[in-house]
Design a protein around this ligand. Structure first.
Ligand SMILES: [Zn+2]
Length: 241
């Protein structure tokens, strides 16, 4: 029985490797998606900020041409003020001048607000562009790596399956094999639990084992199960003798 139990222990180790590969096979698409999302999010933020910069430029051009027109009008009115012939006319032109100055003032303020926003956005856009370029390079090569691993997983799993089946073909006790296969389906895939050689605990559930039980497991004449978690207990004697 001792040999059979050690075969089960090896098969269990290979099966855990297979499980790990299946797990990462499920995780890879998500990892790739996360890397792609990171690029996309940066790209979207950059587009938004560039759009806003274009809007500001357009608005400032409109304000500038309005300012030109207003200033032109103002200087005409200032000239007219010198040519007024009576008080009434003077007051009228003077009021028009005040109004024009106010309009110029408010246009200049509007332009200043836009310019301040533009000055803040320009370095942000530059930083985002650099960040995007770096992230795109890193993530694209990351995605390629993941893809490569992903492509080799199927052949890895096939090779491991072969190795496991080869091991199991040497088993003599069909009962041990059927218990193993049954437990593999439950117990989160862990059918065989080693006994911790120092603490004398079950490595499947970490429960302390009675010394009599540890002795029986070491003797390996029968299939001994952990009373707590129901797994097959094995003493790993591969590095002994
Ligand atoms: Zn246990």
């Amino acid at each position: 029985m001792k040999d059979d139990l050690l075969i089960l222990l090896v098969a269990q180790e290979i099966d855990l490797e297979i499980d790990k590969r299946f797990k990462s096979k499920n995780e890879y698409p998500r990892q790739i998606e996360a890397l792609q999302n990171e690029i996309e999010t940066l790209q979207n933020t950059l587009t938004q900020k560039n759009d806003r910069l274009n809007e500001i430029e357009k608005a400032r051009r409109v304000i500038e041409s309005e300012l030109l027109a207003e200033r032109d009008l103002l200087s005409q009115k200032e000239k007219r003020l010198l040519e007024t012939k009576n008080n009434k006319e003077y007051t009228a032109v003077h009021n028009e001048i005040e109004l024009a100055r106010k309009r110029i003032d408010s246009l200049e303020t509007e332009d200043l607000v836009l310019m301040t926003e533009q000055d803040a956005l320009n370095p942000e856009v530059k930083e985002l562009e650099e960040n995007l370029e770096k992230t795109r390079a890193n993530n694209t090569s990351g995605i390629k790596d993941i893809q490569k691993h992903f492509d080799s997983i199927e052949s890895d799993i096939a090779a491991l399956n072969q190795k496991r089946n080869r091991e199991l073909s040497h088993i003599k006790s069909t009962r041990a094999l059927s218990i193993y296969n049954r437990l593999r389906k439950g117990k989160s895939g862990l059918a065989v639990a080693q006994v911790d050689k120092h603490k004398h605990t079950c490595k499947g559930c970490f429960k302390q084992l009675p010394s009599q039980k540890v002795l029986e497991v070491r003797r390996a004449q029968n299939i001994i199960m952990c009373e707590n978690c129901g797994r097959i207990l094995v003493w790993d004697s591969r590095d002994e003798d």
